[in-house]
Design a protein. Sequence first.
Length: 75
Amino acid sequence: MTDASITQTDALDMQVCVPKDWSDEQVVAFAEKHYPCGTSGGWGIRREGHELLAGFPERAQCIEHEDNCHIMLDA
């Protein structure tokens, strides 16, 4: 299994590269631990159909690690 990592951060969003078999709860817990959101709502996964995904899937295949995917989270 490839380790998880944060691949992009901004004030109100971030992208993580995580194992495909991680649950949504594991993804959010990883994000909060390594880059705390700082809001009462915490990080939330950007869901399929969100306009900022521009038609890309909620969980996009990582090009470098076949067992990982990229997920966007919003504050």
